[in-house]
Design a protein around this ligand. Structure first.
Ligand code: NAP
Length: 259
């Protein structure tokens, strides 16, 4: 059994929906105090309320993760509410699908700001709080798309997710002196609100290309994040774990049809 993270103070960005909501639910079920951070107040409050109804200690704080002041205020607010900070799950992200020929350069910048700049801002803002706490854990939500695979329409997204892993390597070294570990979960296709927007045909085709023949559940990512946040994972830093039902393994269409 992993050491309990009961009572620890945990921030989950993008915790109002999808994977973030799954991560927040898993941590809340372990007795952690969880701050959900996202832009949309209605969704955020509803997610926090649902987790409170299930017995969790969960609050919502409005935050735009691409904005430095907003991230700093959200972290300060969390420390004020929960009395400290122990874990940051930098998960919020966006994945508009646009081929480069149609992509406005501002869309590239927005995706980079939401997915990559945000990782830097969340790490930077957490350092003074972790220093005070004598250590901490950071878990990034990257992706298989970019670091491992490619998909037409996601050049910006893939670059941002691969960028997170480049950032991870140096961040783990700079954070070591504060006794902070940083690792990344790399999800495959996980069934979320954001993925539903891509349509049923996308979801069906994707499930057929995964050896385990299903999309992932948000809790699958929550449990991987929980492991990285545990005391038992204290000697692991700068590392990644792919959680994808075996999606990146098949060598060809024939290989997946053999199953
Ligand atoms: P989702 O269902 O669309 O949820 C995205 C969450 O991020 C929402 O809570 C959203 O809330 C928040 N968010 C977006 N932009 C934000 C901003 N600027 N500031 C603060 N919060 C923001 O997405 P998801 O599928 O759960 O994806 C979550 C993460 O997993 C992303 O980093 C994504 O790249 C990664 N991922 C997902 C999959 C997948 O299959 N679903 C696969 C690999 C990686 P607001 O819009 O209200 O701010």
């Amino acid at each position: 059994m992993l050491t309990s993270i009961k009572n620890r103070s945990v921030i989950v960005t993008g915790g109002s929906k999808g994977i973030g909501k799954g991560i927040a639910t898993v941590f809340a079920a372990q007795g952690a105090q969880v701050m959900i951070a996202a832009r949309g107040e209605a969704d955020g409050e509803a997610a926090a309320e649902a987790m409170r109804s299930a017995g969790g200690r969960v609050e919502f704080c409005a935050c735009d993760v691409s904005d430095w002041d907003s991230v700093r205020k959200m972290m300060d607010h969390t420390v004020e509410r929960f009395g400290g900070l122990h874990v940051v799950c930098a998960n919020a992200g966006a994945f508009p699908q646009t081929k480069m020929v149609d992509m406005d350069p501002t869309e590239w910048d927005q995706v980079m700001a939401t997915n990559l700049r945000s990782a830097f801002l969340c790490v930077k803002a957490s350092i003074p709080h972790f220093e005070k706490a004598g250590g901490g854990r950071i878990v990034l939500t990257s992706s298989i798309t970019g670091p491992v695979t490619g998909y037409p329409g996601w050049a910006h997204y893939g670059a941002s997710k691969a960028g997170q892993l480049g950032f991870l390597k140096t961040a783990c070294m700079e954070l070591a002196r504060y006794k902070v570990t940083i690792n990344a979960v790399m999800p495959g296709n996980i069934y979320t609100e954001g993925l539903q927007d891509l349509g049923q045909e996308y979801l069906d085709t994707m499930a057929a290309s995964i050896p385990l023949k299903r999309l992932g559940d948000v809790a699958d990512i929550g449990h991987a994040a929980l492991f990285f946040a545990s005391d038992e994972a204290g000697y692991i830093t700068g590392q990644t774990i792919i959680v994808d039902g075996g999606q990146i393994i098949p060598e060809s269409l024939e290989a997946i049809q053999e199953i």
